[in-house]
Design a protein around this ligand. Structure first.
Ligand code: C8R
Length: 250
């Protein structure tokens, strides 16, 4: 009987785990009225299901991206690197000013989730999946690389990026922001890149950091670059004062 209970427990756990990501996907997806969530779930699954979880290239998500294209959000696009919490604390309150990838359908549906498939199975697993750096072509990493590329492709006008002044290299070449998004900013679409350096009490870098010089030098010459050191509390204030105009916040 112990064995039967164990097997029942395992299969129940498996079913629940699976239903979990699917139901999370659907409940988050249904908040976006104009999309067919079943169609998107199918497009999502085909990217990794029945595959070795270390052999899911970024292109595997092309059909998913095609099924949920980003709308143009000129002047509002917000990028970030190592500042997720500050940024989302702000955009939760000021989405009239800034739109992050997590404010779009794809970003919001898959935020904070882990998933992978397995060869010879049509299931979605949420445990035992490769970690971010375990292999490059893992399902989660490829998704964020692919969706970040698509998100950067539609950025235009005034673009904002929040970087972290509490780390050594705020503009880190290995980040998605540096390696995937910035290279896709082209002067015919993006006019200004405005970096907001988030300054906490014990900051160790700011806009004068050498990595910011690299950023300034790596962008297309037609794009105007600016960087401003702004305290974290000031950014939080911006979120709680909806009467302040978007551009006048810092
Ligand atoms: N972007 C990348 N990664 C994202 C993401 C997103 O929108 N949303 C989530 N949840 N993640 P980091 P970065 C997860 O190292 O590498 C876009 C992924 O699991 O602080 O420069 C976004 O448009 C991934 O492991 O920053 C933003 O501009 C970490 O968060 C950059 O790319 C990446 O967080 C941020 O990517």
């Amino acid at each position: 009987t112990a064995l039967i209970i164990l097997i029942l427990g395992l299969s129940l756990g498996l079913t629940l785990g699976r239903r979990n990501i699917k139901s999370t996907f659907f409940s988050r997806c249904e908040k976006f009225k104009e999309y067919d969530c079943q169609k998107l779930w199918d497009a999502f699954q085909q990217a990794y299901v029945n595959k070795d979880p270390c052999k899911v290239p970024v292109e595997a998500y092309d059909p998913l991206i095609a099924a949920a294209p980003f709308k143009h959000q000129c002047n509002k696009t917000m990028f970030w690197s190592k500042t997720k919490d500050v940024v989302h604390g702000l955009t939760a309150k000021r989405n009239d000013c800034f739109v992050t990838l997590e404010d779009t359908l794809l970003g919001s549906v898959l935020d904070n989730l882990t998933w992978c498939g397995k060869e010879g199975s049509n299931d979605t697993f949420t445990t035992g999946c490769p970690g971010w750096s375990e292999c490059v072509n893992n399902p989660v990493r490829s998704f964020w690389n692919r969706s970040s590329a698509a998100f950067a492709d539609v950025a235009c006008g005034n673009v904002t990026a929040m970087l972290n002044g509490s780390i050594n290299t705020p503009f880190n070449p290995t980040s998605i922001f540096a390696s995937v998004e910035v290279p896709r900013f082209i002067a015919s679409r993006v006019k200004n890149l405005n970096v907001v350096m988030v300054i906490q009490k014990n900051n160790i870098s700011n806009c004068t950091d050498p990595s910011l010089k690299n950023l300034r030098q790596s962008i297309d010459t037609g794009i105007t670059f600016s960087c401003k050191d702004v305290s974290e509390s000031r950014i939080q204030e911006c979120g709680s004062k909806p009467e302040i105009a978007c551009g006048a916040c810092w």
